[in-house]
Each structure stands twice: as C-alpha cells, then as structure tokens.
Write a protein that binds this ligand. Sequence first.
Ligand code: S3P
Length: 445
Amino acid sequence: MSDRIELKRAKKLKGRIVPPPDKSISHRAIMLAAIAKGKSIVKNFLTAEDPLSTMNAFRKLGVEITEARSQKSEVRSKNLKLIIKGKGFYGLKEPFDVIDCGNSGTTVRLLSGILAGNPFFSVLTGDNSLKQRPMARVINPLKEMGAEISARDSDKYLPIAIKGRKLKAIDYTMPVASAQVKSCLMLAGLYADGTTTITEPQKSRDHTERMLKSMGADIDTDGLKVRVKGLGGPSGKELNPLDITVPGDFSSAAFFIIAALLVESSDVMIKNVGINPTRTGLLDVLRSMGGEIRLLNVRDVSGEPVADIHCKGASVLRAVNITQENIPALIDEFPILCIAAAKANGITTIRGAEELRVKESDRIKAMAEGLRKMGAEVEEFKDGLSIKGNARLKGAVIESYGDHRIAMAFSIAALVASGTTKINGISAVNISFPGFYKMLGRISG
Ligand code: S3P
C-alpha cells in the first residue's frame, strides 16, 4: 500500500459492513490463554499489527499458537481462528532476545504485569512512538509489588528490563483511568501472595475482568474497585482455558458511525459490534448531539454485549460539552468525535483529556493541526480543545503522525470536505484496521 491517499467528498454511504475484530479483546485472549493451563480456542482474532505484536511476543516466550481460517464463523467472514496451548502460570520460558512490542501500548503494559511474576529475565522495547510513551505508570506500582524492573531515563521509558520474582499484593489507587495499567496490575496480582486491590478514578474498559472471571480467577469488582486474588503461588490453582469469539471492534465501527451521520442520504448497517458500556461513551454523546443511531439484535457473545448498529445520514448534529468523566469510555474515539464536532451546530468543548497527548501520537495537537488546515476554527488547551462547528471543511494535506486513528479520522473528514484531501502516513491504519480503505471504497461506491 502506498503511504498516501487522496480522498474526495462522498455523495452517500450505503451498505452493510462488518468491522474488524476487537483489538483490546484480541490482545487479552492471547495473553490469558498463554498463562492458562490447556488448549484455548480464539475465533475471529484480529490480524492487525498490534495484536500480532502480542502474538509474536508470546511465541518468543515459548507458547505454541497455531492459526486456522475458520470455515463457519459467527460473522460469516474469512476470519482467523487461533489455537493456543496454554502453559500455565509458570510455563513461559525466558526469551532468547529482546521482545519488540511494535506500536502497541497494550502489549507492553499488560505483558509487563505477567513478566514481573515469572522467574526469568526479559527486555521489552517498541517502535519510536512507543519508546516515547510513559511507562512509569506500570513500573512504579509493579515495583511496589516487589518487582525487579528498570527502564530508560530513570525508569520512565522503553526499553524495560524485568527480572521476574515472587510478588506481593498491594492496595493501589491509580492516578489516571487506564485499562492498560489496571490490567497490568490485575495480571501481576495473579502472581502475588494475597489479594491485590486496584481503584480507578473512573471506570475504564473491563474486558480483562470479564475474561479472567470466565476463566475461574478469583476476581471481584465493586464500582471503581477491582480485587484480584493471587493464584499462581503455592495454591497451585491455574486458569481454565478460553473458548471465545471476539466481537467486532466498536472503536473501528466508530469511524463508520460518524461517517454515516455526516454524509447526507447515508444508510449504513454495521454488523456484529461489541457494545460493552465501558467502550460506548461515543454513542451517548452522539445521541445527545441528535444523531440517529439504532442498536439491533442485541445479544451476548462470549461474555460481551454485541449488536448491529444502524445509522442514517442527514441528522443535524448539535455541539456538546465533554468533561473528564466522559473521557475513559470514549478515549479512542476522540479523533473521530472531533470531526463530528467540526460539522455540528455550535462550539464543542472537550476538556480533561490530557491522556490524549500520550497516545500513539499527541492526538490533541494532531487533530487541532489537521482541522485548522481543513479550515475549522480550533482552540487548543493543555487538556483538550474547542471546535467551532458548521465548518466548511476544504481539502488539505494532512499528517497522520504514524497514528492509525488520526489517519482514519481525517479520511472521514475528507468525505465531507470540498476538493481533495491528501493524507500522509496511511499505512498506520494496519495497526488496528487493515481493510479500512477497501471498506470505505465499497460503501461510498
Ligand atoms: C486499551 C486501553 C486504552 C486505549 C487503548 C487500548 C486496552 O489505553 O486507549 O487503545 O486495550 O486496554 P489506556 O489504558 O492507556 O487508557
């Protein structure tokens, strides 16, 4: 794929799409299956760069993972089925070399929790983006648990070196809501003596909790608190293997939800989308903006709520005011929400979103810059931005900064802009959504 694309205004979007499998759940499926005892089956695994980083990491740790195209799947598409031979809590082997986590924060942060409790030496690194992302948020609490762990620049950044050992349970209050930090500590908690308690400032995605519970872990959630009992110690207890089907990724579907709302005369059915309430804050926000979105065929798939989402264009959206409490449940939807805000009536303000500065790129800066280039009026704050709506967007040259969600958000903006929009760095979409442009081409005719 060339690393640049040129896109023009779309007249309408019509059709049925199936978004790619959920990235967060795909990562977790490999990790948890690897430390369970016995053979796990994971259907509809996401074959995109991020979860493949997790798969490669666990192969380096000695886990046998085999791939098979499933014949008959839930979503009737050619999706990948994995068979993972779980090694049990202490069956991973010392890697021969440094583990490269690529662009994936989820890989490095969750894996650190597992490695901290495994009795061998390992080193984790990543690409240039991941090397600049904060790791002290997992290193500090892991040290409190007794982990032997150090990293570049006074334990702040990758590479991280870990010498695994017996851990002790802690009671930890997280300064920022983060499912990656919470999950890291839950996984480390499985290797600790006693019960680890983690308290979040706001609720972040709870896929790890759901999966671990289904595997027989001793976990208890109470509002913003999660308690995890150590299993991988003298108790000799192990996790049961998984047999799951990964639902479609709401965060990938989000680009098409907003595209359908913004492009007049659109009518799009998005099939098989995970609607876990810790992920779907965008739906509430879009509805309060006046968006017409219907959830159909709501069902349970492997312990996660799933639905088909029907969206129609030509709704006139109203501006909204987003504050810190709204952020965790729409954290990954910020870039595409900014595009909806630019077309809504009134001024949208998003605050309390400092976390967006330390994602795959500085997403506040990247969105403010790109929207201004396309003609929108944007004010940037340390913790968010405000966007004047009803913008007459015009084609421009946009930088993705190697960030998949920035590339996809501006690709949708291009559909409601005059002229031609050129986006540089589109190979980044392969991080989470390899078929994005093909799907967009198909529904825009
Ligand atoms: C993720 C958690 C979120 C999210 C990321 C995936 C996960 O990150 O932004 O894309 O799978 O746990 P934080 O935990 O840093 O908020």
